[in-house]
Ligand binder design. Structure first.
Ligand SMILES: C[S@@+](CC[C@H](N)C(=O)[O-])C[C@H]1O[C@@H](n2cnc3c(N)ncnc32)[C@H](O)[C@@H]1O
Length: 218
């Protein structure tokens, strides 16, 4: 079994290779979570978003087209290069910035300076439960009181759950990608010290997912 560091390095290499082979791996349509999040953030009067694990930016570009300023981060430089090119092509580069960042490291923003954080299918990547708790603490640290965090993750109801080999600490691997399936209990555990606004099960194609909304207590 790989150490935490070996797993982390292997995942970064795997994602980098995937984006090198297919720079628009996730397509150009926004995710279902992004469409929903635009309405939530819009209604809350939010106009700037920190996106974690943004990939090549299908959601970041969509958020920018809807009028939000987006700071997108990912640990794949290839994905971010594609994001920057597409932002420039679409004339959105004044509203979208992109920076390399591994979410296992502290988030760059200062305490209580961010209005909203968004992460589509990032938290179900190869993080230990302790890394997930640290990430939650970091997101809460950078948010202003009352700030919102929306994330989506694979559900244990997903047809792929239990079909791939386990690689330790509840993580499963397929084609070199490792990830975790979430149940309500884990969502509740990670919402400790937050106001949990909702955990909604939804489908996207064949995938069964959770969309979670939580707020930093004011
Ligand atoms: C399933 S993809 C989702 C990409 C994007 N959110 C979307 O929906 O199109 C997961 C993303 O998380 C990124 N990622 C995985 N582990 C990461 C880490 N430790 N730090 C930052 N990004 C990470 C990958 O590079 C990949 O872009």
């Amino acid at each position: 079994m790989k150490t935490e560091q070996e797993l982390a390095r292997a995942q970064q290499d795997r994602w980098q290779r995937a984006y090198d082979e297919n720079p628009r791996l996730h397509g150009s349509e926004p995710s279902a979570a992004a469409r929903w999040t635009v309405r939530l953030f819009g209604a809350a009067g939010i106009d700037d978003v920190l996106e974690l694990g943004a990939g090549h930016g299908r959601d970041a570009l969509y958020l920018a087209r809807q009028g939000f300023s987006v700071h997108a981060t990912d640990f794949s430089e290839s994905a971010l290069d594609q994001l920057r090119l597409d932002a420039q092509r679409d004339g959105l580069d004044d509203r979208v910035t992109a920076a390399l960042h591994d979410v296992r490291d502290p988030l760059p923003p200062a305490d209580a300076t961010v209005n909203a954080v968004y992460a589509n299918l990032l938290l179900n990547m190869a993080f230990t439960r302790s890394q997930l708790r640290s990430l939650m603490n970091e997101v809460r640290r950078v948010l202003r009181p009352g700030g919102l965090f929306v994330y989506s993750v694979w559900s244990t109801e997903d047809p792929h759950f239990g079909k791939c080999p386990e690689v330790g600490d509840g993580l499963y691997a397929k084609d070199g990608f490792a990830g975790r399936f979430f149940d309500r209990e884990l969502i509740g555990e990670l919402a400790d010290h937050w106001e949990l606004g909702g955990a909604d099960a939804y489908d996207e194609g064949p995938r069964k997912l959770w969309r979670v909304t939580q707020a930093k207590p004011a």
